[in-house]
Design a protein around this ligand. Structure first.
Ligand code: HEC
Length: 137
């Protein structure tokens, strides 16, 4: 009896540990979805819209040409690229990008993409959400 107790404890801990991390991943992705759709409004630039300006169903974050431009001469990127699957960035590169505005190449991002200064936990949530999306074709 004495000798099985540590085993049972270890098994319980292991099972508990796995469920906990699955639940944590879901919570992280859900928080990322909230930040991307409702707080930082990434969807405003990165999602294509139909003729009447409404988002195209099922096309969220697959990239869009911007329908506005700078009124003074400045560096400017006229297209907000696809973010679904975040294939051009490893998770670590993406977290750094959202915390500093610096691309993996060391180049800053061009306006109007904001150089976000997210806290690490927010950058990780945004990254987890974007990585969870199916890559756009
Ligand atoms: C005001 C419009 C706008 C908003 C809001 C915006 N972006 Fe962007 N984003 C852009 C543009 C334009 C580019 C292209 C910039 C460049 O070429 O340097 C870009 C580039 C990026 C890139 C680089 C993609 C690549 O493959 O090179 C990532 C990643 C990204 N944005 C993520 C986000 C996320 C996440 C948010 C919200 C937290 C966000 N963006 C909000 C306009 C925007």
């Amino acid at each position: 009896m004495k000798s099985t107790l540590p085993l049972i404890l270890a098994a319980a801990l292991f099972a508990g540990g796995t469920t906990l991390s699955a639940a944590t991943d879901d919570a992280l992705v859900e928080r990322g979805r909230y930040l991307v759709h409702d707080v930082a409004m990434c969807i405003d630039c990165h999602s294509p819209r139909g003729e009447k300006g409404a988002f195209l169903e099922g096309k969220h974050l697959t990239g869009a040409a911007l329908d506005f431009a700078a009124t003074v001469p400045m560096p400017w990127a006229p297209y907000a690229p696809n973010l679904a699957g975040l294939e051009n960035f490893t998770a670590a590169e993406a977290v750094k990008f959202f915390m500093t505005g610096e691309r993996p190449s060391g180049m800053p991002t061009l306006p109007p993409m904001p150089a976000y200064r997210m806290k690490r936990e927010d950058a990780e949530a945004v990254t987890a959400y974007l990585k969870s999306l199916k890559a756009a074709k």
